[in-house]
Design a protein around this ligand. Sequence first.
Ligand SMILES: C[S@@+](CC[C@H](N)C(=O)[O-])C[C@H]1O[C@@H](n2cnc3c(N)ncnc32)[C@H](O)[C@@H]1O
Length: 232
Amino acid sequence: MTDWNSISSLYNGIADTRLTTVFQFVRSLVVNLRAGSLLDFGCGDGRFGLMCAKDFQRVVNFDLAPSMLDEARRNAEGVSNISTVNSICECPDHSFDVVTMNAVWMCLATFSECLSVLRSIARVLHRDGLFVASFTHPCFRDEQFSTYRTDFNMDKYLSNGARFRSTIFDGRSSVTVEDTHWNLDAVTSQLSATGFVVLRVFELPDAPATSHALPQPSSMACPWLVIVARIA
Ligand SMILES: C[S@@+](CC[C@H](N)C(=O)[O-])C[C@H]1O[C@@H](n2cnc3c(N)ncnc32)[C@H](O)[C@@H]1O
C-alpha cells in the first residue's frame, strides 16, 4: 500500500482540483452549521482544517502518517484553535460536532479497516453530529480527469477491495499511489454496519484545467463524490 510518510511532501505539493472543488464544497457544507468542533480525519498537511479555522471554535487534525501530522502541525503554527492528535484514542467519546474525511476512503485497504475507521469516527461524533466524507467517485474510475487518472478496469466494479493505481498531477509534478476500490454498495453497507445513516450524496463535476499541460475535463463524469451521514 502507499507509504504516505515517504511521499507526504511530494503529494502535498501538487495543486490538484481536490484543493479547490472538493475542499470548497465540503467547507460550504459545514461552515453554516454553527458547529463548535471539527475533526479532520486523515488530515494530510492540515490544509482543510486551516480553511475552516475561522468557522469553528476548535479544529483537530488527525492522520495515521507521522510526517503528514508534522506538516499539519507546522502549517497550523500560530493558529490557536487548531491542534493535532497522534491517535484517535486521545479524543473523548462524542466530542465533535463535525468529522470530515477527505480523500481517505480509497486509501483504506481492507473492508475491516474501513469498518474500524468508521467505528472510531462514530465514537467521537456527537449523537446529532455530521460526518462528511469525500472520495474519488467509484463509478467513473476509468475516466481521464483534469488532475487525476487511474488504471482501474471498470469490469471490476463489483470487486470490492480491488487494488488500482491513481496518478495525481498538476502539470508540474505528479505522484502515483495505490488505492482500493469500494463501490457504492460497499460504502453504504460499511456506513450502515457502523451505525450511520446517509443524509445526502453529492457528485462533483471536474474543474476546468488551469494549465495547457492538463487534460480538459470530461463533461459527463464526476471525479469526486461527497457523502453526508449522521448517527442512526
Ligand atoms: C490522499 S491523502 C488525503 C489527505 C488530506 N485529507 C487531503 O485531502 O489533503 C490520504 C491521507 O489519509 C491518511 N490515512 C490513510 N489511512 C488512514 C487511517 N487508517 N487513519 C488515518 N489516516 C489515514 C494518509 O496518511 C494520508 O495522509
